[in-house]
Design a protein around this ligand. Structure first.
Ligand code: TYM
Length: 332
């Protein structure tokens, strides 16, 4: 029996970070054997926010390096760049005809991102239509499931709504894709207040050096009640514990740090050193592999070409089916 299809993507809008890793990539890696996996670098999405066109090619390349270095290798899954398969944009247009505009204005990501546009600068309509393009990404491959962090749940609800609207109007073409949330649904940034995000600069990069990581981790906020080393703390109120330790530190060390925090038996810096050791165990191999493949341009670009060829085949079939369902039939 054919495996179920999984689709997901990350915007190349900056360095990938450990929020992307925990919320998305780590989950994807667990699915490689069970599903037919397609992972996209969504550059059409990345251009909906202000960006520097001179930097975009390098960002796309670095995202590909990060994907492959994390284990999303071309032998085990399909990795490709969205704009290599322009059918995504055609399907976005077609799905736009069954998407109520009010649903787009309701999206919280739209409302947040619209604020990033400078005062007096009008918000690009591409930003409003962003979730239709995301629905097109997923529906183009008739994906059964979409593994993402919590911030994408609303877009996926809309994706299902769009699929239903289309099927009701034009006949059963699309399955309704399931949202597959990661265990690490919403990783906060080092500020302990907002979601870890490239644009907020509160992140730990996936391929940063240990020195860079420690420089960020050492001063990061812990339980605000622990002012002195002798103050007892509550690990559940410490962002370092809830966002990072919990996911990177294995059981015996994790419990030792939690207990040490509660009894003031371990200081915050020593606790962070334990985390740092386990962070390195997870991230060092990714950074080393990224350093190794970054210079092998042909290998990386061949992987993306192979991915795009595979996706184009599927995309062409879906687009033909959608066009026919909508009455756009070949005239000769
Ligand atoms: P993006 O690029 O913002 O994030 C990529 C993936 O990383 C997850 N993520 C997080 N998870 C937990 N904690 C965080 N702090 C954190 N930051 C990011 C996101 O939930 C996401 O899974 N619209 C999407 C990209 C996209 C897409 C798609 C995703 C376009 N088309 C089709 C799935 C399917 C986005 O902006 O992700």
């Amino acid at each position: 029996m054919a495996k179920k299809v999984i689709f997901s993507g990350i915007q190349p809008s900056g360095e990938l970070h450990i929020g992307n890793y925990l919320g998305a990539i780590q989950n994807w890696l667990r699915m490689l054997d069970e599903y037919d996996c397609i992972f996209c670098i969504v550059d059409y999405h990345a251009i909906t926010a202000p960006y520097d066109q001179k930097e975009l090619p390098q960002r796309v390349y670095e995202a590909a390096v990060a994907y492959i270095a994390s284990g999303l290798v071309p032998e085990r899954c399909t990795v490709f760049v969205q704009s290599d398969v322009p059918e995504h944009v055609e399907l976005e247009w077609l799905l736009g005809t069954v998407t109520p505009i009010g649903d787009l204005f309701r999206m919280t990501q739209y409302k947040d991102k619209a604020k990033d546009f400078a005062q007096g600068q009008s918000v690009a309509s591409g930003l409003l239509c962003y979730p239709i393009l995301q629905a097109a990404d997923i529906l183009l491959y008739k994906a059964h499931g979409v593994p993402v962090g919590e911030d994408q749940a609303q877009h996926l609800e809309l994706t299902r709504e769009i699929a239903r609207n289309f099927n009701r109007r034009f006949g059963e073409v699309f399955p309704e894709p399931a949202t597959m949330l990661s265990e690490a649904r919403r990783i906060l940034g080092l500020d302990g207040e907002r979601k870890m995000s490239k644009s907020l600069g509160n992140h730990i990069g996936l391929t940063e050096t240990p020195e860079q990581i420690w420089e960020k981790l050492r001063p990061a906020k812990t339980d605000p009640a622990r002012v002195r080393r002798t103050d007892k703390g509550d690990p559940e109120k410490c962002n370092i514990f809830t966002s990072y330790h919990r996911f990177f530190t294995p059981a015996p060390d994790l419990e030792r740090c939690a207990e040490g925090c509660r009894t003031a038996g371990i200081g915050c810096i020593d606790c962070k050193k334990v985390l740092f050791t386990h962070l390195r165990a997870a991230l060092d191999p990714i950074r080393e592999r990224a350093d190794e493949i970054r210079g092998r341009r042909d290998y990386v670009l061949d992987a993306l070409d192979q991915g795009a060829r595979h996706c184009k085949e599927i995309a062409a079939r879906t687009i033909a089916e959608v066009r026919a369902a909508m009455g756009m039939v070949p005239r000769r």
